[in-house]
Design a binder for this molecule. Structure first.
Ligand code: ZN
Ligand code: MN
Length: 131
């Protein structure tokens, strides 16, 4: 495995923030100063194809990356844009139900919930108190 790829995986493993390629690039540069953004994009694509990281297409602000490749649900904050993992059991019945009703062969599903995260709710309260 290339030094670049290792550095990218290390950055992803050490964050829970579901970063963008650009953010990953900024972090990887600290380890591998001469790396280019195009190399980061290419390696992320290859890692995603190999199933070593997963690419998440979020509503609104583009593609993010996740070291956790197991099926899990996300919460996307409308205010700060953060994506949080939800510790929620996977609903396996939805796939069977839709397969039965439509005849489609359903093999996976993704779920993204949206709203306002706890930190942003706190900020709302504080701002509210000052007005
Ligand atoms: Zn937030
Ligand atoms: Mn995740």
């Amino acid at each position: 495995m290339s030094k670049q790829k290792e550095a990218i995986i290390r950055v992803l493993r050490e964050t829970s923030s579901h970063p963008s390629a650009e953010w990953i690039y900024e972090q990887v540069r600290k380890d591998v100063p001469n790396i280019g953004l195009a190399t980061v994009y290419r390696n992320l694509r290859l890692l995603n194809e190999a199933g070593e990281v997963s690419e998440i297409r979020t509503s609104g602000d583009g593609t993010r990356f996740d070291y956790n490749t197991r099926t899990h649900y996300h919460f996307h904050c409308d205010r700060c844009g953060r994506i949080l993992d939800l510790d929620e059991p996977i609903d396996t019945t939805i796939e069977a139900r839709i397969a039965r009703r439509t005849g489609l062969r359903v093999t996976r599903h993704h779920l993204e919930l949206g709203g306002v995260c706890l930190d942003c709710q706190k900020l709302e309260t504080h701002t509210g108190a000052c007005v």
